[in-house]
Ligand binder design. Structure first.
Ligand code: NDP
Length: 330
């Protein structure tokens, strides 16, 4: 008899997909070279979208969501991995186009895996997850375009969220002066503890339609919000500086003018964590693990079970989750 395990299964209903905890067997899993015991997954904004059936991200149901997973190899037809190896998977549209981490077992392609980053437990790797990896990519992109601690104030939008919290921490650790933008002033102490020097109210930054140009204030920005916020940020960048555009928590539309680009030489850098090439992916994870100790991640992490995911998926889309949330599978 084939082994059975628990999974959160999304099944189509007339009003959108419904998530239920089901018992599946290994025969239910999709094809792949590596069978994993999943210890932890995570909750990212995209998981919220998938759980709520938004964005047309999942085309085939029934579906197991969970865009991140950390686990142990049980069986492998890929010579790079052996039973017992601790591994991590983020991106590659896993949890979206392929069954993901909200299950005690996963079968995936060997090309999608990396070794569990040094110094991290499976839980800590998921506390970083796609959010931490994306924050590190964003910081690196700004550095590649000339950002240094002496350049000036660096802005992080959506600062209490997963990508935002880790970006604040990483930038502070690297010696930058960080200004955190939040719509939740009650998180000011939390953001100061992460290393933000200044807290800005979301409304104060983006309450009116953005002027084409504002005073030249920001030396860099990690933007997780998009929409009107990004338009304001672009207008307020100092000459020749860069914005790393990571997210759309405030909207996918961008209404702006070309003036910040033409008159101030501003760079808008696109950040993609999903198809980031393997070599860059490994290097970025290594740097993240070196800069951000597991204990720092523990301090911003909440833990939930599969049964909590439908509610938490709704909460993350409403901007109600602070820091990172890991999903326990063991
Ligand atoms: P979170 O929900 O954890 O963080 C988003 C934060 O944005 C919230 O905590 C809130 O912060 C702020 N926010 C929420 N709603 C609004 C709004 N309507 N207007 C302005 N600010 C808002 O999500 P994640 O950190 O997981 O992801 C953040 C974004 O980055 C998402 O859009 C996600 O899709 C994207 N992303 C992109 C990746 C890539 O590869 N490019 C990878 C990972 C994430 P506060 O309350 O402090 O204002």
């Amino acid at each position: 008899m084939t082994e059975s395990f628990k999974a959160l299964l999304l099944e189509p209903q007339p009003d959108g997909p419904v998530a239920t905890i089901r018992t599946l067997t290994l025969d239910d899993l999709p094809a792949g070279e590596v069978l994993l015991q999943v210890h932890y997954s995570g909750l990212n904004y995209k998981d919220g979208m998938i759980l709520q059936g938004r964005g047309n991200l999942v085309r085939d149901y029934p579906h197991v969501p969970g865009i991140d997973l950390a686990g142990t190899v049980l069986e492998s037809a890929d010579p790079r991995y052996r039973p017992g190896d601790p591994v991590v998977l983020t991106g590659y549209r896993v949890g979206e186009a392929h069954w993901g981490g909200y299950a005690q077992r996963a079968r995936v392609r060997g090309d999608w895996l990396i070794a569990q980053p040094p110094g991290y437990s499976a839980r800590q790797a998921m506390a970083a997850g796609t959010a931490g990896f994306t924050a590190m990519l964003a910081v690196q992109a700004l550095e590649d375009h000339g950002l240094q601690p002496s350049t000036g104030e660096v802005l992080v939008t959506g600062a209490s969220g997963g990508v935002g919290s880790i970006a604040v921490r990483l930038l502070a650790r690297l010696g930058y002066t960080v200004t955190a933008v939040t719509g939740r002033p009650e998180n000011a102490n939390y953001l100061h503890q992460l290393g933000a020097s200044t807290i800005l109210d979301r409304e104060a930054l983006a309450d009116t339609p953005a002027k084409p140009l504002l005073g030249e204030r920001w030396a860099g920005c990690v933007d997780t919000v998009g929409g009107d916020m990004l338009a304001h940020v672009l207008a307020g960048m100092a000459y020749g500086r860069s914005v790393a555009a990571c997210g759309l928590a405030g909207g996918a539309q961008l209404q702006t003018t070309v003036l910040p680009f033409l008159l101030r030489g501003i760079n808008l850098l696109g950040i993609d964590s999903v198809l980031c090439p393997a070599e860059r992916r490994r290097g970025t994870w290594e740097r993240l693990a070196a800069l951000l100790p597991g204990a720092d991640l523990d301090a911003i992490t909440s833990e939930i079970g599969l049964e909590d995911l439908p509610d938490c998926g709704e909460s993350i889309l409403k901007g109600q989750i602070r820091g990172r949330t890991v999903v326990r599978l063991d």
